[in-house]
Ligand binder design. Sequence first.
Ligand SMILES: Nc1ncnc2c1ncn2[C@@H]1O[C@H](COP(=O)(O)OP(=O)(O)OP(=O)(O)O)[C@@H](O)[C@H]1O
Ligand SMILES: [Mg+2]
Length: 240
Amino acid sequence: MEIKIENLNHSYDDKLILDNINIELKDKNAVALIGPSGAGKSTLLRLLSKIENQDSGQIFIDKEDISLKNSEEYYKEVGFVFQAHTLFPHLNVLKNITLILEKVHNVSKVDAKKIAFNLLKKFDLHEHASKLPNQLSGGQSQRVSIVRSLSINPRLLFLDEPTSALDPVLTQEVLNTILKLKDEHMKFIIVTHEILFAKKAADYIIFMDQGKIVEHGDVSILDNPQTNQLKQFLSNVFVW
Ligand SMILES: Nc1ncnc2c1ncn2[C@@H]1O[C@H](COP(=O)(O)OP(=O)(O)OP(=O)(O)O)[C@@H](O)[C@H]1O
Ligand SMILES: [Mg+2]
C-alpha cells in the first residue's frame, strides 16, 4: 500500500491535536502506529479511515485523495476493529457478520452465510457461530470483530488497540489472529501498545508524540531509536 500525508492538521476545541503531519510510505502492508497516550494516534486513524474529516491537509491512499471520496463508498472498501464491545449485542456471531454483508453489500443470504462460516472456520471460531456476544470471552469477541471486518474483503484494515481491553492470554490469542492476517498479506494499519508484537507483525513503524510524527522507519528503529522521545517511550514501555 502507498500512503501519502501532506500538511495534515486537526484540532479539537481550538487545541491542535495533529500538528502538520507529513509522511510518504510505499510498498508497506502492515503499519504500526505507536506513541504515548494523547499523542494523536487514534485521531490520525480516524482521519485515515474517514470517520472524521481533517481540518486541513491531504491524505492519499494508493494515490487516491480520500477526502474526495464519498464516505459510504469508502466504508465499503475498508474495515475497522476498535478496542472492544463493537459487536451487535442482540445478534448472534453469525448474524453479526452476515447482517452487514446482506444489508450494505447486497450479498444474498445464502452467500453471506457461506462467507461468514468459512471465515469463522478459518479463525477457529465456527463452534461459536450461534452464540450471543455476551457468551464469548473477550478474546473470542475481538476475533469475531476481526472476522467481521474481513468479511467484506476490505482492501485495508484499521485496528485501534484491539487488545487493550484484554488480559495477557487473550491478548496473545488476538495478536496471533492479526499475525495470520500479515501472513496472508492483508494490508493494515494498527495502533498498538504491544511493542514486541509491532516488531513481529509490522513492516513499518510510525512513532508519534504530541501530535507530530517524531520518528518512522522499519522495525529496526525500535532497537535503535534516534530521538530522545522514542528512547524515552521505549524505556517506559518496558519498565514492567
Ligand atoms: N473528540 C474529541 N474531542 C476533544 N478532544 C479530543 C477528541 N478526541 C481526542 N481528543 C484529544 O486529542 C488528543 C489526542 O487524542 P488521541 O485519542 O488521538 O490520542 P491517542 O494517541 O490515541 O492516545 P491513547 O493511547 O490514550 O489512545 C488528546 O489530548 C485527546 O484528549
Ligand atoms: Mg487512542
